[in-house]
Design a protein around this ligand. Structure first.
Ligand code: GDP
Ligand code: IMO
Ligand code: MG
Length: 428
């Protein structure tokens, strides 16, 4: 069985929770893009785990793979491993494998991330400042340091020097100092620890694929942050959609590959950029409060708004989503009337998709349909039949607008707060 999990909105849809839930069945869990800009939260009884780089399957001691499509900050990785080990999570060479050809995030990338934002003036992207964009730029510029470079000290020294020289003029202009010798020294101190995990990830998963193992690909961010299909330039620097699993892990295209689109029952976004259904009112504040909408990585308050079926439909198409997972339904429990965006209007023209023209973003006005709220608690429910009729109606309405089945519903942060309509886990 092959499953991919992707976010259909602007990230933070609850991917971590669903990966953890589904990984009870999985043999392998694989990250294939992004880096420690991701923040995936998993709640198991009283314990809360926050993962940035490690695949969420690590909590259940599954075989976890970090593919070449990821950009890896060695210090962030070591820190995350050490924090999880303190919580008795097992991480060793038998359950963590990192692609030899993964590109590294170095301290200079965080400096450049800062400079890039500074030079945008009022048009900030609002990045996580983890050096993600600059690390991908160096990868595409064929200057990056890869995990497999760490074994050869002399070569590594030359490569880091070359990389730092390349960036020096711009850093100087912004009065920033990046010392390549210090970077080399710091990297050398941690290199043996991460080389330990280095492995031919592409081979491991293709072998596992041949044996028909259960492989779960864990997306980070969301489709609207995709470098190609997102709300450019207010996006992240990787392809976040499901197509990236092939080039970001080396897994070949296969049949029987399911793609689950993780979708919040409303919409949130962190950082700048267009957001047609954004609510700057009491209802938006209620979503922040009830949904605890604060960034896992940067602690920023998330912007909140109504469900946008236009965007979700777009994501379903681009990712080849087979089933939708609706999360945070419980956050809508107190809302009297729930709005769903079903189209946009600008300059007397209607749109059933989000156009790429940046100049249009400001002008788009949402077209809403209104559904009656259920005004009763759905928190923690695990059965479809226990949901209030009006909550069932809301879900059916969304299904009709996005033209896709919502087969899993999340009603709380814990792994057990999940309705499995099609009995995917076989526990019903
Ligand atoms: P991810 O980045 O997609 O993994 O999502 P995050 O972990 O950044 O944000 C989702 C937040 O919502 C986390 O704090 C989860 O514990 C929480 N969460 C997930 N599903 C539900 C749900 O159904 N209801 C509620 N109330 N919280 C949820
Ligand atoms: P998870 O996996 C929400 C956003 C940042 C910023 C933009 C670019 O938890 O869903 P970057 O540092 O990637 O260059 O920032 O992307 N962003 C996320 N927003 N969830 C995430 O990940 C995000 N990762 C990046 O806020 O707007
Ligand atoms: Mg998150």
């Amino acid at each position: 069985m092959f499953y991919t999990i992707v976010g259909t909105q602007w990230g933070d849809e609850g991917k971590g929770k669903i990966v953890d839930w589904l990984s009870s069945k999985a043999d392998y869990v694989v990250r294939f893009q992004g880096g420690n800009n991701a923040g995936h939260t998993i709640k198991v009884d009283k314990d809360i785990y926050k993962l940035n780089l490690l695949p969420s399957g690590i909590i259940r001691n599954k075989k976890c793979l970090i593919g070449n499509g990821v950009v890896l900050d060695p210090w962030a990785l070591i820190n995350e491993i050490s924090n999880l080990r303190k919580k008795n999570i097992i991480i060793n060479r038998n359950n963590l494998f990192i692609a030899e050809n993964v590109c590294l995030i170095l301290p200079i990338h965080k400096l450049i991330d800062e400079i890039n934002e500074l030079s945008r003036g009022n048009n900030l992207i609002g990045t996580t400042k983890k050096g993600i964009g600059p690390a991908y730029e160096d990868k595409v510029g064929r200057r990056a340091i890869r995990l497999c470079d760490l074994g050869d000290q002399e070569n590594l020294k030359n490569k880091i020097k070359n990389l730092y020289n390349f960036h020096e003029p711009r850093l100087k202009k912004f009065k920033k100092n990046a010392d390549f010798e210090k970077a080399l020294e710091d990297l050398t101190k941690v290199s043996s620890e991460i080389i330990n995990f280095s492995a031919p990830v592409w081979k491991i998963i293709n072998d596992a694929g041949k044996q028909n193992k259960f492989i779960l690909f864990e997306g980070a961010q969301g489709s609207l942050l995709d470098i190609d299909f997102g709300t450019y330039p207010y996006v992240t620097s990787s392809n976040t959609s499901s197509g990236q699993i092939f080039s970001g892990s080396g897994f070949g295209i296969k049949e029987n590959h399911n793609v689950l689109g993780i979708t919040k029952a409303y919409t949130t976004r962190v950082g700048s950029g267009p957001f047609v259904t954004e609510l700057n009112n009491k209802i938006g504040d209620h979503f922040v409060e009830k949904g605890q909408e604060f960034g896992t990585v940067t602690k920023r308050k998330r912007r909140c708004g109504w469900f946008d079926s236009v965007l979700v439909s777009q994501s379903i198409a681009i990712n080849g989503i087979t089933d939708v997972v609706l999360t945070k339904l419980d956050v809508l429990d107190e809302i009297e009337e729930i709005k769903v965006c079903v189209g946009y209007e600008a300059d007397q023209k209607q749109y059933n998709y989000l156009p790429f023209d940046e100049n249009l973003y400001e002008k788009l006005v949402p077209i809403y349909e209104t559904i009656q709220g259920w005004k009763t608690s759905t928190f923690g429910l695990t059965k479809w039949n226990d949901l209030p009729k009006k909550a069932q109606d809301y879900i059916s309405f969304l299904e009709s607008k996005i033209d896709k089945n919502i087969s899993i519903i999340s009603t709380g942060p814990d792994r057990i707060h999940t309705i499995d309509r099609n009995n995917l886990l076989g526990n019903n």
